[in-house]
Design a protein around this ligand. Sequence first.
Ligand code: ZN
Length: 301
Amino acid sequence: MFLTSAAAALIMLMTPVRADPSSLPVVASFSILGDLVKSVGGDRVDVATIVGANGDAHVYQPTPRDGRKLAAARLVFVNGLGFEGWIDRLIAASKTKANIVTASKSVTARAGEHGVDPHAWQDVANALIYVANIRDALIEADPQGAEFYKANANAYQAKLTALDEDIRQGVASIPKERRRIVSTHDAFGYFAARYGLEFIAPQGVSTESEASARDIARIIEAAKQHKVAAVFLETIVDPRLTQRIAAETGAKVGGALYSDSLSDATGPAATYIDMMRHNVRELTKAFAPPPQPSPATRERE
Ligand SMILES: [Zn+2]
């Protein structure tokens, strides 16, 4: 059975903030972080996420309901690195007594075009650090669950290590000279640095500011100059921008890459691991060299 989005929204409104009174109530600021917390916390935690699937945390407007989630929480997980510009005000307004946990603590931050780049989770090695921070915070808040959290974190970190290797191999299959990408927001700096790709973004690190005509002109010029083979639509900004760039540069428009949010449960990026695998699939598809003509075709030439 499929619910209409209005019915789904109504059910969400009717769902109590805390589902199971025996589990640890925690909040994650956005969907990707929520998935990491669930992977470590399992049944012992009840995770409420503020910016949900397909949401844009850069420009999110908190609601009174978010304040109630924070007030009911024992832990609040945030990305940090300036990603959630609205979170401090929300924390203050909610009067929550929760411990605020910065999941990116100890990550080596990279500089973006406009300050610190917050998208550290796009490097799987950083996701391993997030998971360790989440594990430690959960153990501190719920010491009785220590062994459970450690076991979950270990099992999940093993999956992440396999994911990291698969991404390396996926990228390695793309010819080096084709690994240049235009995407609509500068969210893949950590991914590019770890896996050896070059992303050219027409907008800055944050989606808060609209790309100016000058930005777009600069990118079209860069795409032509670097002979970019593909342009990727991003899930959370106006796709007309990238389509125009593709039209003017002759580059192929690839499928959607997920950067800042998961898809809904039925989509291709329902979890962090699914999201990263989806992105690599889309990249390798778009950057695969054009199919070689078969010998039969060649004979006819
Ligand atoms: Zn972003």
